[in-house]
Structure formats: C-alpha cells, structure tokens
Write a protein that binds this ligand. Structure first.
Ligand code: HEM
Length: 421
C-alpha cells in the first residue's frame, strides 16, 4: 500500500484540502513544497495561493479583487439547489442565509458598517477591563483541576473547553448551556456547506434553528436585564439606534461562537504540543514565563490554526502566468504563507524569541482581520505562562496521535503527564 506522503504533490494537496487524517498528521512538507514549486496553482475547481505576498493580498483585499458575499452563489451551490427536493432546497438556503449574514462573509458597505459597531468592546483597554480577570481565573481553575488528576491528563479536552467557557463569559451564556451550544455548533460545522447531501442540509438547518432560537432568547434576557458593557451591550445599543438590524446582531453572536472556539482551542493544543516537542523552547519559557507574550505570536505563526480559507475572484487577473477568472474559487493557504522563507528565516523551526513572528497572518489581514485576536492572545498567554510556572516538567505521555479536522487541523487527544512540582 502506498504511503500517502509518497503520493504526487497534487494528490497530497487535494487530500489535505479534503481533510485526510493521515495527511493532517504532518501537512507542512506538502504545503512547503506547494509554495516552493507551484505558488499559484490551478487545481480542478480552484486556484490555490500559498506564497506570503499572495495570501496576504488575498486576506487583506478590500473586495476589489476578491469577494466574500459572492461565495453564496457558487456553481456547486446552484447545482445542489437544482438537485434537491423543495424541502432540501429550503433547508440549504436557510443555512446559506444564516452564514452569509455573518461579518466574515460580508462585502462593503455592510462589512465596514457592522465592524465599526462591534470593534470597540474588543479594543485592548476594554478587553482587559472586562475579560482579563475572568480569563485568568478560568485558566487557573482549569489547571487546578488538571493538577488534581493522578496520572495522564488529556490536555486537548481542557484546551477544548476553555475557549468555550471564555466565550460564555463574553456573551453571558450560563455554563450549563455551553454543552448544548457546542452540540449545535458542531452539527452546523459538519453539515453546513455539504452540497452533496440533502440529509446534511436538513441536519444543518435544524441545528441552526436551535442555535438561533437560543441566541434570540439570550439577547432578549440581556436586553431585559440591561447589559451595559461588552459586545452584547454594543449589539443592543446598535439595534436600538437603528445602526444594526436584529438579524445582524444575532448573526454576530453566532459568528463569535463559530470563529472563537476551535481556532483558539487548536492554538492552545497544538501550541502546547509544539512547545513540548521543541524542548529547548519549552525550557526557555520555563526559565522566563514572561516570554509567553512573544511565544504566543510565534506559535500562532508556527501552528496557524486556520490552515486555509476560500474566497471568490471578483476580477479577472493573472498571477505568475496562471489566469484567474471572475467567479473562480481562490484558496489561500495561510499555513504555507506563515512559513514562507522570504519572510521568516528558518521558517520550520519554532523560535519563541523570533523577531519577525508578528509578521504572521494567522489572524488574517486588513479589513477582515480577526476581531477576537486580542481575546485569543489573552487566553493563550495566560495558559502558557501558568503552564510554564506550574508544570515545568510536563511531558507528552505518548505519540503519535490521531489527527482530525480540515482547515482547522487538530490532534484528537493530547495525553500529558504534568508532573506538578
Ligand atoms: C487563535 C485563535 C484565532 C484564530 C487563529 C483566528 C483566525 C482568524 C482569521 C484568519 C480571520 C480572518 C478570516 C478571513 O479574512 O476570511 C478571523 C476573523 C474573525 N475572527 Fe478570528 N481567530 C481566532 C480567534 C477568534 C476569537 C476568540 C473570536 C471571537 C471572540 C474571533 C472572531 C473573529 C471574527 C468575528 C472574525 C471576522 C472579522 C471580519 O470579517 O471582519 N476569532 N479570525
């Protein structure tokens, strides 16, 4: 049987884009080869960009060259609508209608209008005042629980729960409801863009209904209780003044749940794995836990929690002899761009004191750059700092692990022995 890593490049790239578990265990040799040999590559139904300069331009584009909203009308979706029954088509459209109200998929003029309304609570000063104490307390409490375990702990489980709990704090969702929220979000993620299956469309629409009804009642409760700070207050105020519609406000809460959970969880999980498998870097952090701030920047580059993202070309153009037509899907491979040797020296090595780490595009670029980057950094800094302080002898309990996900690649478990001193 052929080992998948020996397959031709094109097949390996396609396996990675499809989320093949074996390839996900070590995707970087393939991404690097793609960038070095075919930086602009037309695969069957998409153009793949992998150089830093091209992916940076793609992510940072202000809807001149690429569109986000246009993805809603891709050919695959139109074909699915024609194939599905009336019920399936309605379900598929209901999911797309929800998705394409979310900030990350909006073009101007809606995008800048809504982003300006939701940015203030994420400004560093507001975020520190509202969230820093809560985040630190959640990290401490979680690590206390891990420290009490005798033997091997699954760090992944903890790193999966922490960002969800923090989102609960940010959005005012009671702890007891988070499991149900997670369940809806998971069903939506698994089914939402599956243009091949009518059952999936129905399943995705059903989960969306559950989540959006919950968000409706959450906003209602907070409006009644008079929320005065944070994102929810900004949403309620914006609705009241007519700057944002009620549906836009609900879509914002939904996007927070989707965008803020697994991305952060993967940074924490794979970040921890990367530190422990690059022992000199872990030792450097243990010797100086304040390095956590720099380490998080480097880990965001090194791990790149969102490996690739798709867009649609809004203008015909040619890059390096490859013709891109209006309507083509264009995929940017952030994971390859963040290891582009023209920007990062020795890009495949983890160096938590690297000077150019901040050049990474792991949180996107420009107008659509990540709204929650400050919060994600806050969680990661608190976690890695406390881990280094409390568990300097931490070790992996076993290798290798099974990997899953797709663009959001992750090990399914991360067994550690913490060896609290
Ligand atoms: C390590 C964790 C995270 C990573 C790696 C990450 C990555 C990204 C990336 C790459 C984008 C740009 C997407 C694009 O241009 O198409 C983005 C956008 C976004 N992220 Fe994050 N994210 C993280 C955490 C969070 C958190 C914690 C939240 C919410 C609390 C959040 C909310 C958002 C939102 C709302 C957008 C859309 C911004 C816009 O379109 O203007 N993210 N994120």
């Amino acid at each position: 049987m052929t080992n998948k890593v020996d397959l031709p490049l094109q097949e390996r790239v396609q396996l990675l884009l499809a989320g093949d578990a074996e390839m996900l265990a070590d995707p970087f040799p393939t991404w690097n080869q793609l960038r070095d040999e075919h930086p602009v590559w037309r695969l069957s139904d998409a153009v793949v960009l992998s150089r830093y300069k091209d992916v940076r331009e793609l992510l940072g584009d202000d809807n001149l060259l690429y569109s986000r909203a246009a993805t809603k009308h891709s050919q695959r979706y139109e074909e699915a609508r024609e194939r599905f029954s009336v019920e399936g088509r309605d379900a598929f459209d209901a999911v797309l209608d929800q998705e394409f109200q979310q900030l990350v998929r909006l073009d101007p003029p809606d995008h800048p209008r809504i982003k300006a309304l939701v940015q203030p609570p994420f400004a560093l000063r507001s975020l520190k005042a509202e969230m820093e104490e809560k985040v630190t307390a959640r990290v401490t409490q979680g690590l206390d629980e891990l420290a009490a375990v005798d033997g091997v702990v699954d760090f992944k489980r903890f790193a999966y729960t922490l960002p969800l709990t923090v989102l609960g704090d940010l959005l005012g969702i009671p702890l007891g409801d988070l499991e149900q929220i997670h369940e809806w979000a998971k069903r939506i993620a698994e089914n939402k863009f599956n243009a091949d299956s009518e059952e999936s469309a129905l399943e995705g629409a059903d989960a969306y209904r559950g989540l959006m009804d919950y968000i409706e009642s959450l906003l209602e409760r907070q409006r009644a209780s008079g929320a005065t700070t944070g994102l929810i207050a900004a949403l309620i105020d914006s609705e009241r003044s007519g700057a944002m519609t009620h549906d836009e406000s609900k879509a914002m809460v939904a996007l927070m749940i989707f965008a803020g959970h697994e991305t952060t969880s993967n940074l924490l999980t794979i970040g921890m794995l990367s530190l422990l498998t690059n022992r000199d870097q872990w030792e450097a952090l243990v010797a100086e836990p304040d390095l956590a701030v720099k380490a998080v920047e480097e880990l965001t580059r090194f791990v790149t929690p969102a490996h690739f993202l798709p867009y649609v070309a809004a203008q015909a153009r040619e890059i390096d002899g490859v013709q891109i037509e209006v309507g083509d899907t264009v995929i940017g491979v952030l994971a390859a761009a963040n290891r582009d040797p023209s920007v990062f020296t020795n890009p495949d090595s983890l160096d938590i004191q690297r000077r150019e780490s901040r050049m990474h595009i792991g949180f996107g670029m420009g107008t659509h750059s990540c709204l929650g980057a400050g919060l994600a950094r806050m969680e990661a800094v608190a976690l890695f700092r406390q881990m280094a302080e409390r568990f300097p002898d931490a070790q992996l309990a076993e290798q290798p692990f099974e990997w899953g996900g797709r663009s959001l690649r992750t090990p399914l478990t991360l067994p550690l022995v913490l060896n609290a001193r």
